[in-house]
Design a protein around this ligand. Structure first.
Ligand code: TPP
Length: 316
């Protein structure tokens, strides 16, 4: 849990740099499989997770690296997992969509859209029964809010006053479909009222606004006052996956959202409002880039899982 603005900036930079370097590996044809880029959404993960403790739970989705890193997953094992290597946090068995670190409350990504919601509710129920004040956070996209698990989770969380925070990162598109073509009400948060759940709509590109709203939700959950639905309005800079030709939206729209870059915006805030010296930020930026480059080298140099271990950790 951090309050320090430099630490928040560092966390956003780490995500930004990881995404950039992974995209680079993909462009060089070195990356195995898909990349679901988190570029552009950094303020969401950092704003929410910076207010959590290690004992709080986070359930992620298919676009999970921002969540993993913001909740504290170690960089090298995270990177190695993305490349399916034996040194990965899950021994290379999870890959790009399924990293987990239960010791930090990171219960895992999920390639099944919406499936993380009931898992998060289960973790919230466990936290409630433990009585130690932990909360559970589920990250999901606006597309997932059209899955039945969304309503079922909100309903049971409200009925049982679970310490659950449902974080919808509304980045406007589910795969190639604009969200507005799939709903009669474009604000996901508006649906919370019908379930008796508190909600807020937040600028998802403003890390301080996200952090403040998440803080209110966490306080409510820890106090035993039940769940909150946060809708963070944001944008994914890349396609649904790297290589997606993005024919369903315009380059102008992308440029408009890139001008609202959450990392650059917070950098301006640090310089103008917090009075941080630019040299300090430049040094930090170089250090983060070097740290990520080292993690990429570690991942590339790591072995693939040995074939004879293929059946280990297979439970069904
Ligand atoms: C149950 C299920 N249906 C469909 C898919 C295919 N699929 C993968 S990601 C995705 C879109 C998800 O959109 P959203 O929830 O808004 O998240 P985003 O990708 O925008 O972050 C779909 C339909 C899936 N993986 N699981």
């Amino acid at each position: 849990m951090t309050q320090d603005p430099i630490t928040l900036y560092r966390s956003m930079l780490l995500i930004r740099e990881c995404e950039a370097q992974l995209n680079d590996l993909f462009a060089k044809n070195v990356f195995p499989g898909y990349i679901h880029s988190y570029l552009g959404q950094e303020a969401c993960a950092v704003g929410v997770c910076s207010g959590l403790n290690d004992t709080d739970y986070v359930v992620s989705n298919h676009r999970g690296r921002g969540h993993y890193l913001a909740k504290g997953m170690a960089l090298k094992p995270m990177m190695a997992e993305m490349l399916g290597k034996a040194t990965g946090i899950c021994g290379g068995r999870g890959g790009e969509m399924h990293a987990a670190d239960p010791a930090l409350g990171i219960l895992g990504g999920n390639g099944i859209v919406g499936a993380g919601m009931p898992i998060g509710a289960g973790a919230a129920l466990a936290a409630q029964m433990d009585g130690l004040g932990a909360v559970s956070v589920v990250f999901f996209g606006e597309g997932a809010s059209n899955n039945g698990a969304f309503g079922e989770t909100l309903n049971v969380a409200a009925a049982w006053k679970l310490p659950l925070i449902m974080v919808c990162e509304n980045n406007l598109y589910a795969e190639m479909t604009p969200f507005v073509q799939t709903v009669g009400q474009p604000d996901v948060a508006a649906r919370a009222t019908g379930y008796g759940v508190a909600s807020e709509i937040v600028d998802g590109n403003d890390v301080l606004a996200v952090r403040a709203a998440a803080g209110r939700a966490v306080d409510r959950a820890r106090a035993g006052d039940g769940p909150t639905l946060l809708e963070l309005k944001t944008y994914r800079w890349g396609g649904h996956f790297e290589g997606d030709p993005r024919k369903y939206r315009t380059r102008n729209e992308e440029a408009e959202w890139k001008a609202r870059c959450p990392v650059a915006r917070f950098r301006r805030h640090l310089l103008a409002e917090v009075g941080v010296e630019e040299d300090r930020l430049v040094t930090l930026e170089a250090a983060v880039a070097a740290e990520v480059a080292e993690a990429v080298t570690f991942a590339l140099d790591s072995p693939l899982p040995a074939p004879e271990t293929a059946l280990l950790k297979v439970f069904a």
